[in-house]
Ligand binder design. Structure first.
Ligand code: V47
Length: 389
């Protein structure tokens, strides 16, 4: 069940056809920044944006103009629907050989607080809140120096046994590459074995920022952006949809952000298996980059809006409430986002770096946030199928 890898540049697949943006109805009177006018004209004519358009968006301070453009694109893609998922995050280990500068979650094996869950312990966590109908388990951890591939296969099987209804969205391309290297295997083979053990989708983490210069400073031991994209393409070929992220608000430039988004757009043209893009606002506490200021609301909304417009072949843009805060995530629904992610239950990665949001949200709260913003809440499964009655 491949997406589109065997038919590059066709914009369709056997799973979901890739839709580009149709000509958009733009309220031109709302575009104040002259640099956004040519972008508005292109969108109104149904033409794809180029890198200079991307840079105009990514550097504009015309929040109303950005919102008007992104909202028109959001309307064309997803109407008034705003998605959420009843999910749970599960972090199987924090022991990591990559030791990225932006991350407050990793530990060395001998550090206090270092852990790796046994498959039984992971199954106990997954089976907590038995009354909650969890649709998706988001399972990520670290690049552990010792765990063999059999550990990850057993982890998936044990979790699947206690939560058979939940889709296992597990392991980033970074973890897949690490498992393959530990075993001396090809990543494609690792993906196939994980798929047999229950993996049906992959989260978008580990992309960070693709540009080699900041990447070398932030995460010198991590796989390159090119390799991250290649592993996504392999997953897509095997019928495993993935997400994509971009970590922003650290040492990257607006050009780096635009390059990152175009690399994702080009990969999606080829392999077609990305479901959602999730911009991740950098949190600096307990990291070596703790001198850096947090992102501003303008920048957060601008990244969401620019992503919606540049990633014309991505079905969904997530406003990840954990990082944006509940209030800004709600506002982001009017700036191109159509998904608030989910209940999560217990978020660890951003909270180790000083996130002040709650660690999880109730389904009722997510529905209220969506309704109060004037959108129609749609409970979804891992693949964006509606679970509404
Ligand atoms: O890969 C790490 C980022 C990612 C920090 O696919 C940080 O549905 C901010 O990928 N400040 C993990 N960000 C989170 C992630 C994700 C989250 C929600 C949904 C999905 C999805 C994916 O968080 C890491 C890294 O890029 N990260 N440290 C930090 N200090």
């Amino acid at each position: 069940m491949a997406f589109a890898a065997s038919q590059p540049k066709t914009h369709h697949s056997s799973v979901t056809a890739i839709q580009l943006l149709p000509p958009l109805q733009i309220p031109l009177g709302l575009i104040g920044d002259p640099a956004l006018r040519p972008v508005a004209d292109k969108l109104a004519a149904g033409r794809r944006l180029d890198r200079s358009d991307g840079l105009a968006l990514m550097t504009s301070r015309d929040l109303i103009g950005l919102g008007a453009l992104a909202n028109a694109a959001r309307q064309a893609k997803n109407g008034r629907q705003a998605y959420y998922v009843v999910n749970r995050h599960l972090n199987y280990s924090n022991v990591c050989v990559n030791r990225c500068a932006f991350c407050a979650f990793w530990r060395s094996p001998q550090d206090e607080g270092a852990y790796a869950l046994s498959s039984d312990e992971a199954a106990v966590l997954a089976s907590e809140d038995a009354g909650l109908e969890i649709s998706e388990l988001h399972i990520v951890g670290s690049c552990h120096p010792d765990l063999p591939l059999s550990y990850y296969l057993e982890l998936l099987r044990a979790i699947k046994a206690v939560r058979p209804q939940a889709a296992l969205k597990a392991f980033t391309p970074v973890e897949i590459d690490h498992m393959a290297r530990m075993e001396g295997m090809e990543t494609r083979q690792v993906l196939q074995l994980l798929q047999k053990a229950g993996l049906v989708a992959m989260p978008g983490g580990g992309a960070e920022i693709f540009a080699p210069k900041p990447r070398a400073k932030l995460c010198p031991r991590k796989i390159s952006g090119q390799r991250w994209l290649e592993i996504c393409a392999e997953a897509h070929e095997l019928g495993i949809p993935t997400n994509a992220t971009m970590l922003y608000g650290h040492i990257e430039t607006p050009e780096d952000r635009v390059e990152h988004l175009f690399a994702l757009r080009e990969q999606q043209d080829l392999s077609g298996g990305f479901n959602a893009f999730i911009p991740l606002a950098f949190h600096s506490q307990n990291t070596v980059l703790n001198e850096l200021e947090p992102t501003t609301a303008l920048d957060d909304l601008r990244v969401i809006a620019s992503s919606r417009l540049i990633l014309d072949n991505f079905p969904h843009i997530k406003a990840y409430w954990v990082m944006l805060g509940e209030k800004l995530a709600q506002v982001a629904l009017n700036f191109g986002a159509d998904d608030l992610d989910g209940t999560i239950i217990k978020e660890n990665i951003t909270h180790s770096a000083g996130a002040t949001t709650s660690v999880g949200l109730s389904e009722e709260r997510l529905r209220t946030m969506i309704q109060a913003a004037g959108f129609k809440p749609v409970r979804r499964d891992c693949f964006y199928h509606s679970l509404e009655a």
